[in-house]
Design a protein around this ligand. Structure first.
Ligand code: 5GP
Ligand code: ZN
Length: 114
């Protein structure tokens, strides 16, 4: 999508610290990290949020979750633990409308989240 910031990162129109890439997904560090490790994992296919996902995306969503665990290992937080966050809709604070999973770790994370 032309004016989507994450599509621009996929297309290398905006720089990012890329952690992992394959034909389906891209992972890059968040520009405003909320933890020592804060990486965003996105599908290369643009869709705005979980609300736009139906069963045709079940495989892709499962793939992202399994890759998130691998990316946690790449980031050195597989053993210490991590959290995966998928903000959806106004109350969640979702700001970027290209579906993305946050991978957070590297410190003790508070619960409940703010
Ligand atoms: P949301 O609130 O939509 O779940 O999360 C959006 C995330 O994208 C935020 O954590 C924000 O810091 C991050 N972000 C926004 N713009 C950019 C950018 O241009 N580059 C990177 N690397 N992260 C961004
Ligand atoms: Zn996009």
């Amino acid at each position: 999508m032309a004016d989507c910031i994450f599509c621009k990162i996929i297309n290398r129109e905006i720089p990012a610290r890329i952690v992992y890439e394959d034909e389906k997904i891209l992972a890059f560090d968040d520009i405003r990290p909320q933890a020592p490790v804060h990486t965003l994992i996105i599908p290369k296919e643009h869709f705005s949020s979980l609300k736009e996902a139906d069963e045709s995306r079940a495989e892709l969503l499962g793939y992202i979750l399994l890759k998130a665990r691998e990316i946690a290992a790449l980031k050195g937080i597989e053993a210490s633990g991590f959290r995966i966050v998928l903000n959806t809709g106004p109350d969640s604070g979702q700001e970027v409308f290209h579906l993305h999973f946050h991978l957070l770790g590297g410190r003790q994370l508070g619960w409940p989240p703010g």
